[in-house]
Design a binder for this molecule. Structure first.
Ligand SMILES: [Mg+2]
Length: 127
């Protein structure tokens, strides 16, 4: 069974690029260009194995989304990885507090490396 991945980013170009990468690698891919769309997909029973989310987005940001996921125990077995532009220490601290499984700085990571990094994180979690 393919792993179900949810990609969240307000940058449509990046979203498409990552979607192609993960699709080619055999994942079942869903995309959301905002946290509200993402939350709806998750609440509607999207039982995602992996959530890869940008942080800086209009409205609720990526970390607030994770906070909601945690509070409502929406994806108890899901692996949550933050994908962000700037590795601000404040964001990293917030991400740690929320117990995210990984943190990828996209400015220094090309899409194929993002895929590799995600697989590395997943295999370390033995999924
Ligand atoms: Mg963004």
């Amino acid at each position: 069974m393919p792993k179900k991945v949810l990609l969240i980013d307000d940058d449509q170009f990046l979203l498409d690029m990552y979607a192609i990468k993960f699709n080619k690698a055999g994942y079942e891919v869903k995309v959301a260009d905002s946290t509200s769309v993402a939350l709806k997909l998750i609440r509607d029973g999207g039982n995602f194995d992996v959530v890869l989310s940008d942080i800086v987005m209009p409205g609720m940001d990526g970390l607030e989304l994770v906070e909601t996921i945690r509070k409502e125990s929406l994806l108890p077995k899901g692996i949550i990885i933050m994908l962000t532009n700037q590795g601000s220490s404040d964001d990293i601290a917030r991400a740690k507090k929320l117990n995210v499984d990984g943190y990828i700085v996209k400015a220094t990571t090309i899409p194929s490396e993002v895929l590799t990094e995600v697989e590395k994180i997943c295999s370390s979690k033995k999924m």
